[in-house]
Design a protein around this ligand. Sequence first.
Ligand SMILES: *Cc1c(COP(=O)(O)O)cnc(C)c1O
Length: 390
Amino acid sequence: MNENEKLKELDAAYVMPTYRRDLALVHGEGCRVWDADGREYLDFMSGIAVCNTGHCHPAVVKAVREQAGRLMHASNLFLNEWQPRLAEKISGIALGGKTFFCNSGAEANECLFKLARKWGSAEGRYEIVTMRNSFHGRTLATMTATGQTKYQKGFEPLVPGFAYADFNDLDSVRSAVTDRTVAVLVEAVQGEGGILPATEAFMTGLRALCDERRLLLLCDEVQCGIGRTGKWFGWQHYPVKPDAFSMAKGLGGGFPIGAATATPALSDVLQPGNHASTFGGTPLACAASYAALSVIEDEGLLDNATVRGGQLRAGLRDLAARHGCIRDVRGLGLMVGLELDGPAAPVAAKLREAGLLCIPTGQSVLRFVPPLVVTDAEIVRALSILDAAL
Ligand SMILES: *Cc1c(COP(=O)(O)O)cnc(C)c1O
């Protein structure tokens, strides 16, 4: 039995079977990862859009090593050296306001929900309109907010206070708004839904609708944020500003951390005692995140995401001209979807065999979300592996 098979057996015996998986990854560097038996892969999934600075970026590793030996956790009963500094950095690239720290995307969205409900509570408004085909997480409230019944089946009753509308259909959102509505939640680019960018008309229409009905415009930037699309945040591709938004995945350069950030007007809605997280914003997580955001700035990774994303989409469009099974090529920056005329999972399995990791999403979409440090040569190699597999 090889190493991978041993780990697979242990996993099957002792880990709840919530994930379908059979490959153990043990080491990574930049855009490459190695499995338990030493096989190398070109990683175009980045731990699901998490390792935006590449695997084990030396600056992130150094920050984690140093902080781990200094102070890992002190609780939020105290300040720490990194949380306020990270919050200042986020304020500068985001909405100019304050941030709450947590540990995951779902928790970051939960914070948005609580902020919106608290803000609307004096007027008895609490309902949040979310989009069909969206994804917002797996806790009871975020699973309810997720506009896809496949994630909710068997877990009813759902959490009250959510309504659904069609993505990129302003009239649908307008008709979902009632006197109880307090906010609208949207992904600038739907990730799990199949790499679907919002249209500009939709985003500007949502902003106008929210202003007209005094609703908060909330964005879920958990997947499309942190440089993924070539800008710090997906909503920055549109001439609008949300009132608050969530982030997680890429925020820690591989270390778990989530955050919700707001405009100055909403920065003090949540008051002492209203919200908390034991592990939220530990010195260790914030040091990792501060280092990861600094790498994105210092290495010009927003521009690299734009250029390499353009190269990847152009290459995929060339493949589409030669492979009839390709239906569509879409995305922003290094958040790229390739829609096929059949199920994507078998193609992803074939690509893995050939040494390229990507993620099937929806039914028929291959999702490519490589680290933002990806090079010209790595894009060329990924395209040639894909060409051969198709
Ligand atoms: C992954 C994801 C989440 C959930 O994040 P977790 O860290 O898994 O809780 C929420 N929203 C979007 C858009 C995501 O892609």
